[in-house]
Design a protein around this ligand. Sequence first.
Ligand code: NAP
Length: 307
Amino acid sequence: MRYDVIIIGSGPAGLAAAIYGMRARLQTLVIEKQPMSGGQILNTYEVDNYPGLPGIGGFEIGQKFREHADKMGAEFVTAEVLKIEAEADYKKIITEKETYETRTVILATGANHRKLGVSGEEELAGMGVSYCATCDGAFFRGKTVAVIGGGDVALEDALFLARACEKVYLIHRRDEFRGAKVLVEAVKKQENIEIIWDTIVERINGADQVESLSLYNRKKDKREDKKVSGVFIAVGIVPNTEIAKGIVELDESGYIIAGEDTVTNVPGIFAAGDVRTKNLRQVITAASDGANAITSVEKYLNMEAQN
Ligand code: NAP
């Protein structure tokens, strides 16, 4: 059997594409790596900027998207895609279990957290080093922790952790945050968050648990150690493009080059959500990409039918 479209990834982009694919009466399959749909929002405590759903939990919105796709009758399989082979008129999607054939592919593989790349980070991962405040924050109730970064995620993590932790150091390498103003204001108001500007982490210290951070203030040219029980690293994301490498064109940061129409340089392969080049990576723009991707898939299939 040959699908009309195979969607790889089940975050907001992939799930929106599944809903639109079914509405377009396309034979649609979603391949997800984990048996849980939602992608990065599963690790978000609260999504406060999706219209109509103020303050909805990340997990809950992920579930709602998935339920909607299920209601439309989209087919899902859990498998890791190992390789894509692009023949002229169809594509082969090779997973560890099976090989699927499809007329078009939507790459909606999203992105993952970026590593800080300092000594102690790998050694103490899971022993006080975390990339997910909502997953691991509860272990640090009443303790002192640090959050590294200055974007939306770092600000949200600091606010989330401040509810249960005694103290939160928010350590940023510059003297201005990149995250949303509303979050910056909330962070500045929170008494148990201390912002440490212009500072980088040089080392994460501890024997079998995080004990302290070695910090370097770049402006003051000063070094100091801060005692913390945990460190939450929120320094941005890297796109999941392993399977796209050598198939479609990527930019210098590894994102798949595609515009709002999600069209890549390879006919029949589309890229939607955080994995593609774009200005704003949020749930709403990912969902919008899913819709655009199916519109482009339909155009492509119509053109093919005419040839
Ligand atoms: P981000 O916006 O790229 O911010 C990454 C932060 O980490 C920046 O402040 C950056 O510093 C810092 N950083 C990067 N590399 C570093 C290093 N090696 N050492 C120290 N600091 C480093 O990433 P994000 O916060 O993970 O957000 C990812 C995307 O998701 C963004 O587009 C964001 O808007 C979106 N998002 C949206 C929402 C929402 O709308 N509610 C929530 C979460 C995420 P500089 O500022 O100096 O570059």
